[in-house]
Design a protein around this ligand. Sequence first.
Ligand SMILES: C[S@@+](CC[C@H](N)C(=O)[O-])C[C@H]1O[C@@H](n2cnc3c(N)ncnc32)[C@H](O)[C@@H]1O
Length: 193
Amino acid sequence: MGSILKYIDLKFVFPARIKRLKNKLFPHVKGCKNVLDLGSSDGRLTKAISEEVKDTKFIGVDVVVQPETFIPIEKYDGGRIPFKKNYFDCVMLIDVLHHDEEIDEVIKEAKRVSKKYILIKDHYWSNWFDFKILQMADYIGNKLFGVRLPYNFLRMEQWKKIFKSNKLKILDEEKYRDGAFSLIKHVIFKLEV
Ligand SMILES: C[S@@+](CC[C@H](N)C(=O)[O-])C[C@H]1O[C@@H](n2cnc3c(N)ncnc32)[C@H](O)[C@@H]1O
């Protein structure tokens, strides 16, 4: 059963997600000299983004590095990011933060190494049903790849509170669903550090 689910994820779910997300995300990193992909997994999504913004250099870090990777990715312990203050123009966190118990700490580290922007793609929820749908989708998409699942999904007001306390200005915010019938709520924030 596990290998069938993994096959469906790799063959159908992930390519469709990458195509959709690449188009939404690449305009936000256009013009950046270098970008840190914090929580890059295998870097497949970032590789697709990098093909749209050829002058931008991408580096990944992750606590779990997959056997096959598509961009240069360093493994680290999830604490201090192994780069100097202001090293990157932008730090991307794409579907990463709901895998962390200490979202505020990860954002502080992202802010330390970013000179200009933090780009977050994650989820939000408004009621019990939204939350259960997010939990189920997270399990199906990640369990078989060894990713931790604390299901730390935030409401919109919780996101805003974290940004405010870290003095991050929201330059752009996009709430969306993948189609009229999709129940999963996504959000993209472009933040100025
Ligand atoms: C759902 S995957 C998303 C991968 C990739 N960003 C994408 O969108 O295709 C989440 C990844 O974030 C990583 N992750 C979670 N917390 C992290 C942290 N504090 N630092 C680095 N990586 C983290 C996980 O190991 C996992 O590979």
